[in-house]
Design a protein around this ligand. Structure first.
Ligand SMILES: Cc1cc2nc3c(=O)[nH]c(=O)nc-3n(C[C@H](O)[C@H](O)[C@H](O)COP(=O)(O)OP(=O)(O)OC[C@H]3O[C@@H](n4cnc5c(N)ncnc54)[C@H](O)[C@@H]3O)c2cc1C
Length: 335
């Protein structure tokens, strides 16, 4: 039986650096340990923890917090062109991306330097610079959180959307992901360099998976606050998608509004631009604040509580609703 700690601080386990405690805590490094923790009848509630980079803790957690620390990377199958790799849930995402690049595999380069673990990546279909996890996803294995029975979800069954999947909607909290399989290229890599910043960063360098990853890393290091220096959870809100009619109305009031057309009838607006426009960039409410360079990122300047950060988020949501008639959706998981 794995050690179970009592009344453990989760401050070091969430990138916001918020002080909250869980009633009981265990870290599992095998599927058997995970199964035993899920089936342990001493606990009525369970909380699944990965790298803690997409969380805002607003209260102490009752029951057992299970830190998923399963490790391992293996080749499932390969041919001259493609390879299918399985990585265990507790592997660090960015370390895995670097490992794939060192093997000469392509596919994950645009997703370099995203914090968090492998097992959490499918939950919100992590994405950056024109690529989403779903582009390389083959399947993931899970254990049912109540019965601990194993399941496997393929691409269709995972129902991926923009920062979304079945694990964030219909099956929220019902499965623990234990491993993810990816299909990566060994040659004829499909490179995505249509984001202007990537092209600028690449300059005269040839487009290759490694060079793109280096460009992405350099851009992200300049642009995004490092959670080791200032507590944050990356983008706090999703970029809103509006209808064509809403978009035309907004454009009349804000002709300079940046936007990305995602279909004939839908347009995505950068939430950071809206928040900046409302004067929130760099503001502070006690130790909670909006980052001075990235209005989409809420930060903990020191000892902010989760409630303080959430209160600021709600204030921003209200301002956006009143001024832009847009409901900003929170991307971070609130507990
Ligand atoms: C600086 C910064 C930049 C970021 N940039 C991006 C970005 O560019 N694109 C992007 O998409 N995201 C980004 N994020 C968000 C975050 O990195 C991702 O959402 C990441 O996948 C979260 O992984 P995690 O292991 O830290 O999850 P956690 O925060 O530990 O957990 C998130 C949720 O998943 C649940 N969970 C955890 N592990 C499992 C599991 N094994 N099975 C089932 N449920 C589980 C938790 O209960 C919680 O609800 C960024 C975050 C930061 C701090």
């Amino acid at each position: 039986m794995k050690t179970i700690e009592q009344h453990k601080s989760l401050k070091a386990y969430n990138t916001f650096g918020v002080e909250c405690f869980c009633e009981y805590f265990t870290s599992v490094s095998t599927t058997e340990e995970l199964r035993a923790a899920l089936l342990n009848e001493d606990f009525s509630q369970r909380f699944i923890l990965g790298g803690g980079s997409n969380l805002l803790l607003t209260k102490n957690l009752s029951g057992l917090c299970i830190h998923v620390d399963l490790k391992g990377i293996r080749i499932v199958e390969e041919n001259d062109d493609l390879v299918i790799i399985e990585a265990s849930a507790g592997e660090n995402w960015h370390d895995f991306v670097l490992w794939t690049l060192d093997q000469g595999y392509g596919g994950l380069e645009n997703l370099a330097l995203i914090p968090g673990n492998i097992g959490t990546a499918p939950i919100q279909n992590i994405g950056a610079y024109g690529v989403e996890l779903k582009n390389c996803f083959v399947n993931c294995t899970t254990l049912d959180t109540i019965t601990a029975t194993p399941h496997r979800f393929n691409l269709e069954e995972a129902v991926f959307g923009y920062r979304n999947s079945i694990f964030k909607t219909a099956l929220k909290g019902k499965h623990v992901i234990t491993a993810v399989q990816f299909r990566l290229t060994k040659k004829n890599h499909i490179l995505k360099t249509d984001y202007g910043v990537i092209q600028e960063e690449l300059g005269s360098k040839v487009s290759s998976p490694k060079n793109i990853a280096e460009a992405v890393i350099a851009i992200r290091q300049r642009k995004l606050p490092d959670p080791k220096k200032i507590g944050n959870s990356g983008s706090f809100f999703k970029n809103p998608v509006v209808t064509e009619i809403q978009f035309q109305n907004l454009l009349q009031e804000h002709p300079e509004m940046p936007h990305y057309r995602i279909s004939d009838s839908e347009v995505k607006i950068p939430a950071g631009w809206i928040i900046d426009r409302l004067g929130y960039k760099g503001i502070k409410r006690g130790a909670a604040g909006v980052h001075e360079h990235q209005a989409l990122v809420l930060v903990n300047h020191g000892n902010a509580s989760g409630i303080e950060i959430l209160t600021l988020a709600k204030e921003i949501q209200e301002k956006v609703l009143v001024n832009f008639k847009i409901s900003l959706e929170i991307e971070v998981n609130i507990y």
